[in-house]
Design a protein around this ligand. Structure first.
Ligand SMILES: [Zn+2]
Length: 374
């Protein structure tokens, strides 16, 4: 396996791995992890996700009798992520402007793998290390959701999946998603509109009555997609509304969800006599993370960054990641920065220095975890 983080990162970038098509990446990483002396196992989550590869779980036995430490990154990318042509421009690795770069999350993978390689090459005594490379994170944390979390032996872990090295996210919101169907009555719009009941009009009223946007400093809500109607000359009989709500507070999220439901039930009930119907589906996507600042998972990361003279920030994020799913299973996990920039756009890039710093950070955390009880 390569020992240079830049060439290793470039090699990973050249392997296409859009969500549900992670086969080639999982195969490549499996070989490299075996090379490092890890016990490697791919699960069968593709049977549930419809993808072509499972999550990769690896256990690198330690030379010290200590608890393992868990390092996690996702192998899938968003689109357009096929045939990525990356090049080095000054201190940055950039694309040719037609695809994403895939530093989200291959920078995390490269930093983990090269740090493990350095630990192995140096021959120093270390604690066992668990590595989890998940699939289909970008399309709803699907891999992490179906991974058997009871396999994790570590007391805590790290998801390498945010921006600057030194950024530590110890909190993330919980999210619920909504699929709401409103049914009206179809009729010819020009000949006998009075026989119809316009589902789009009812939807508009209900959406106007619901909370929207930033609700408070830790709570948001959005209608992101609406689908319905066939033609301008038909009174539409059905419309589907897709929305989401997030909050760092479970109580506030619960309140927001019942406010949304109330907006729809009360609006639709006014048209019930004319034949309006409502189908309201609400699903929990993931739980929130709220890890105290004095938890060992935070302290270990902060000490490693301090030792390396890397400035750090500790805060809360606004998105969901594998860390939400793993933390909810009882293994506290924070999200750490890898250097990725402008992710989910064709302007995605990463600074070379960040890849080096990110690798140093992981290596230092493993060394610290192996040597001390924080
Ligand atoms: Zn990511």
């Amino acid at each position: 396996m390569q020992s240079d983080v830049i060439s290793y990162f470039m090699r990973l970038i050249a392997i296409d791995s859009e969500s549900l098509n992670e086969r080639a990446m999982i195969d490549a990483l499996k070989l490299d992890l075996l090379d490092l002396g890890a016990q490697v196992d791919e699960d069968e989550c593709y049977k549930k996700t419809g993808g072509n590869a499972g999550n990769l779980y690896a256990y690198l036995p330690g030379t010290l009798d200590k608890d393992p430490i868990l390092l996690c990154a996702h192998v899938d990318t968003v689109t357009p992520g096929k045939g990525i042509k990356a090049r080095i421009e000054g201190n940055k690795i950039v694309t040719n402007g037609t695809t994403i770069l895939g530093s989200d999350d291959k920078s995390g993978i490269a930093e983990i793998m090269i740090a493990l390689n350095r630990i192995k090459e140096s021959g120093i005594a270390h604690a066992p290390i668990e590595v989890l490379f998940t699939v289909s994170e970008e399309i709803g944390l699907l891999g992490a959701k179906c991974f058997d979390k009871s396999r994790i032996k570590s007391a805590f872990g790290y998801a390498l999946d945010c921006h600057r090295v030194g950024e530590l996210l110890t909190g993330a919101p919980s999210q619920k998603s909504f699929e709401i169907v409103i049914r009206g009555v179809e009729a010819h719009a020009g000949v006998e509109p009075e026989k119809g009941l316009n589902a789009i009009k009812i939807a508009a009223e209900a959406i106007s009555a619901m909370p929207m946007g930033r609700i408070d400093f830790e709570t948001t809500c959005n209608v992101g997609k609406i689908r319905g109607g066939e033609s301008t000359n038909i009174v539409p009989s059905e419309v589907t509304i897709y929305a989401e709500a997030r909050s760092h507070s479970t109580v506030k999220l619960q309140q927001l969800c019942s406010d949304i439901e109330h907006a729809f039930t009360s609006t639709v009930s006014r048209y019930e006599a004319q034949g309006a119907k409502l189908e309201f589906k609400c699903e929990l996507e993931y739980d929130s993370i709220n890890i105290p600042q004095d938890h060992p998972v935070v302290k270990l990361a902060q000490t490693a960054l301090r030792n390396l003279d890397i400035p750090f920030t500790t805060g809360r994020g606004g998105g969901g990641s594998d860390a939400n799913v793993i933390s909810a299973s009882g293994v506290p996990m924070i999200i750490t920065g890898t250097g990725m920039n402008n992710v989910h756009t064709v302007h995605e890039n990463i600074e070379i220095d960040q890849l080096f710093q990110g690798t140093d950070f992981i290596e230092e955390m493993i060394k610290l975890h192996s040597s001390t009880e924080l």
